[in-house]
Design a protein around this ligand. Sequence first.
Ligand code: FAD
Length: 328
Amino acid sequence: VIRRIAIVGSGMAGLSAALLLQEQNHEVTIFEKSRGPGGRMAAKRVAGGSVDIGAQYFTIRNPAFSAFLNRYAEGSFRPWPGRFGYQTTSGQWEPFPQETRYVGAPRMTAITRGLSTAADVQAQTRIYSLVRQGQQWLLNDTDGESYGPFDAVIVTAPPAQTRDMFSNSRLTALSDQMQDHVSHIQPCWATAVYFRQALEQPYDGMRCQNPILDWIANNSSKPGRDDSGQWWVLHATPQWSREHENTSADKVSAAMIEAFKKVTGVTVCPDDWISHRWLYAKSSPTEQPGFRWYGDQRIGLAGDWLSGGRVEGAFNSASGLVAHMLAD
Ligand code: FAD
C-alpha cells in the first residue's frame, strides 16, 4: 500500500502532485534544494519590487488546471492584459493572436507560494540519492541527512538532475533512460533591465528575430506591479545562451542590453540590471509522454519536460501521474 510519498522538487509539477495526492489522504513531503518553492516560476527581488526572470506567463486551457488553481491559489494570479507582438523573418512586427495569458500577482512566485501553504515543503534540502529499505525508499541529501522511509518517490527535477540522482542511487537503467532527455533541455540567459523613465514601446511582450534575444517583456505592465519606472526582462536565444554558458554575467548583460537597444530602437542606457543563467530552462514542446511510472520500484517522474515544456504542461504531467498511481 502506498501511503507516504516523497516528492523531489517544489515547482508546479511537485506542488501539483503533492496537493492532488493529499486529496486522496496520502502523506506527502516535498524536498526542495532552493530556499523557497516555485522552481522556474521564479522572481528576483530588485530595488522597488521584483521581476519575473523565469516563466513569463502561462495558459490555463485544461479545466482541471483552472479548478486546481482556484482551489489552492485563489487570488495569486491574474490575466496579463498586455500587448503582444512577434517579429517576422523580414523584421516586421505583427500582433500575436488573442489568448488569455496569466501571471502570478504581484509576482510569479505568488502562485507557488499560495500552493505551498497547503503542502509540507522541506526547503534547502538537495536530494543526492534514493536508498532501498525493503519495499520502501530512504532519501539522502547532500549533507548526509536521511529521510523516510517512503512507500513511493516522485521526482520532478529537470532531466540532468534526475539522471544524477538515479546514477548516485545506482539505478543504472533509470539513469540511462534519462540520458536522451538531457540534451533536449536548453539553457537560457535572462537579464532584467530597469529604466527610471518609462519607455514607449508598441508591445509589452515581444518575440523577436535577433541572434541574441528571442523574448523581451515589460515586466512592469503585468498586473499588481507598482514599479516607479519600468523593469524589462530579456531572454537570450537557446543557441546564444549555450554558446555563452560560461561567459561572465557582466559580459552577457552588456551584450543583451546592446541587442535590446537595437531591437527596440531605445537609445538610453538602463539605470540598473541583473542577469541570471538558467542551465535547464526549456525543453522541446514536442515531447509528450506525459509522465513516467515505474510500478515495480514505485518511482514516478513528472515535470514540464514530459509534457510540452510549459507551466500548464507541468501540471498536466503531475495530474496524469497521480491519476495513474491511484489507479495502479
Ligand atoms: P521546475 O520548476 O524546474 O521544478 C523543479 C524543482 O526541483 C526546482 O524547484 C528545483 O530547485 C528542484 N530540484 C532539482 N533538483 C533537486 C534535488 N536534487 N533535490 C531537491 N530539489 C531539487 N513556461 C510557460 O508556460 N510560459 C513561459 O513563458 C515560460 N517561459 C520560461 C522562461 C524561462 C527563462 C524559463 C527558465 C522557463 C520558462 N517556462 C515557461 C517554463 C516553465 O517555467 C516550466 O515549464 C515550469 O515552471 C516547470 O515546472 P516543473 O515543476 O516541471 O519544474
